[in-house]
Ligand binder design. Structure first.
Ligand code: HEM
Length: 558
């Protein structure tokens, strides 16, 4: 049956419907595939009936879709670029203001951190990087936006964690629910539990150092750190089951993790894709594979039942009896998170620590002197008793994380609905604004760290601790609040204590026992070019030769 409407009425109805659909998307941002199909396909298909009296079905459908979609796209475009958009006052490239698809595309190149830093240089401290999103490069925003009364976690995790039946801790926006889920993590990673973890960490760190010492040929140090952190996090989260340092990556887990992260990073820009990832079998295949793998590992660990092993799983599964047993889906989600959040990040920093040390021999020598003074040959460098007090060791680790923070772009937040918006300095962020305080830009900003904000100079941390205001005639700027590689506030990294314990132990023990040098022909520029920001900063190959340090008759290593 065809309705007999004048042609312009039919077209007017189509255009009007497109505006209404735009309003629905603007107000409630529906993310369900079925709702998208209804609003974007069913409506123009249905309205084609209005044209049937003047043209055949196929033509009516084409005209209807063309008119509806042209009107919808024009409405969205005009609104997003108009001075009435709530974020109109913030500058940014037109294509980013129009759609997040552009940033998803840029991110696939792995250089989003450099691109965003460049945007801040060009446009200032607040840049519009999406239709409803800003990036902020002012350290003064860290506390108000991420502190205790700060914003909620942003929607970037929605599509990234779409394959999981419940979201992992890192993805939980609701502060009450986040607090509930964070409790076992806090018990697992408090000072007392970290003491219990020491033997697990030391066992794997000793294995790493002895496996490295056995390498006769040039070897890729970055790969060893990946294997080390993965074996360790498997011990912690699943009670063992991975022996990459002995057998290599037989199951190709790292390629799976890395491609999974690359796709997660892209999907992070497109939260509305979550439902599509769930519905379309091939979409996010590596993320789904990773999840099945973790479910299997969690179930194996649950089958073991309560063990005397006080590892991370012991707390995540509430085996300490502090709270009721959580559903398996929550334990699986957080076990998967532990593996990803705990292995890629720490191995990225360890790789870059040695990249920095090996390209700065004077820093390497100074660290070696410090390690030798705290742990002379024969002293157990895996024992943590001095690690936290070693100023140069900690300066080297901090300086590496300042220059190469593994979560390079920082973690997204959103101004909650119903909050009335947020004022930051002279700027107003309306409700629903997605915000990222850009870690990479802030930690390399001369307003926060000078001189040499882009150079590896661990000494800056020692001068700052001494309260120096200038060094060799130059003003020393050291804004400690602008250093936040583990993020900030109640949603910060739950594993910070464990990560620091691991990194201090591994670096001390490797420096004490091994003599490392870069392989001939190593190209530092190529190494840095090869670093990709795929949610976590990737580890390019770091080819080194390894020798054991000789112990002199006085007991000093040489
Ligand atoms: C150098 C190593 C590490 C760095 C730089 C790092 C950094 C971060 C950052 C930036 C976040 C985002 C926090 C936010 O949303 O504001 C995060 C979250 C998290 N990290 Fe780490 N991380 C490291 C190692 C670890 C380790 C070893 C674990 C242990 C399992 C871990 C567990 C977590 C967890 C559970 C979260 C989610 C916290 C929450 O949402 O409450 N991380 N990490």
């Amino acid at each position: 049956m065809a309705f007999e409407l004048p042609a312009h009425h039919a077209l007017f109805t189509l255009v009007g419907s497109a505006f209404i659909v735009h309003l629905i998307f603007k107000r409630s941002e529906p993310h369900r595939v079925a709702v998208h199909a209804l609003l974007l396909l069913a409506i123009p298909a249905f309205l084609s009936v209005l044209l049937l009296d003047r043209m055949p079905v196929t033509k009516a459908l084409s005209v209807s879709f063309l008119t509806f979609w042209t009107a919808l796209i024009s409405s969205v475009t005009l609104y997003r670029l108009s001075p009435w958009h709530p974020l109109a006052r913030y500058p940014g490239p037109v294509f980013l203001r129009l759609s997040k698809v552009s940033m998803a595309w840029i991110s696939r190149g792995g250089k989003r951190h450099l691109y965003t830093q460049e945007l801040h240089r060009r446009y200032g401290d607040i840049v519009r990087v999406g239709p409803n999103e800003v990036s902020i490069s002012n350290a003064a925003a860290i506390h108000p936006l991420m502190g205790t009364s700060g914003l909620h976690k942003g929607p970037q995790w929605e599509a990234r964690t779409a394959t999981q039946s419940v979201p992992p801790l890192i993805a939980i926006g609701d502060p009450k629910e986040h607090l509930r889920r964070r409790k076992p993590w806090n018990r697992a990673l408090n000072v007392a539990s970290l003491k219990d973890f020491e033997p697990f960490v030391a066992h794997r760190a000793e294995q790493l150092v002895s496996r490295l010492a056995a390498q006769k040929e040039t070897t890729n140090l970055a790969r060893w750190f990946g294997w080390f952190t993965y074996d360790l996090m498997s011990d912690m989260a699943f009670g063992g089951g991975s022996e990459m340092m002995l057998n290599g990556d037989e199951g190709s887990v790292w390629p799976l993790l890395e491609t999974g992260l690359l796709n997660s990073d892209t999907f992070g820009h497109l939260p509305w894709m979550a439902d599509y990832i769930r519905a379309v079998p091939g979409l996010g295949a590596n993320m789904k594979q990773m999840r099945s793998f973790c479910i299997q590992r969690t179930q194996e660990r649950i089958k073991l039942g309560n063990t005397s092993r006080k590892d991370l799983f012991y707390y995540l599964n509430n085996e300490d009896g502090a709270e009721p047993k959580p559903p398996v889906s929550e334990v699986t989600a957080d076990g998967t998170l532990a593996i990803v959040a705990g292995s890629d990040t720490t191995s990225s920093v360890l790789s870059n620590v040695f990249y920095c040390l090996l390209t700065h021999p004077e820093a390497y020598a100074r660290l070696r002197a410090e390690v030798d003074s705290y742990y002379p040959a024969g002293e157990d460098a895996f024992n943590t008793k001095h690690h936290a007090d070693m100023p140069y060791l900690n300066a080297v680790i901090n300086e590496t994380m300042r220059l190469f923070p593994p979560v390079t772009d920082g973690s997204q937040r959103i101004v909650p609905a119903g909050s009335g918006g947020r004022i930051i300095g002279d700027s107003y962020l309306p409700e629903g604004t997605i915000t990222t305080v850009h870690m990479y830009s802030i930690q390399r900003d001369a307003r926060n760290f000078a001189p040499l904000p882009d150079s590896f100079w661990p000494e800056r941390w020692l001068h700052a601790a001494d309260g120096a205001s200038s060094v060799i005639g130059m003003k020393l700027v050291h804004n400690a609040t602008a250093f936040f590689p583990f993020s900030y506030g109640p949603g910060n990294c739950a594993g910070k204590g464990l990560a620091l314990q691991e990194m201090r132990m591994v670096v001390s023990a490797m420096v004490q026992r091994l003599e490392l040098s870069l392989a001939d022909g190593f190209d530092a520029v190529a190494y840095e070019n090869d670093m990709h920001d795929y949610l976590i900063l990737s580890r390019p190959p770091l080819p080194v030769t390894v020798n054991q340090r000789k112990v002199s008759t006085e007991g000093h290593s040489t």
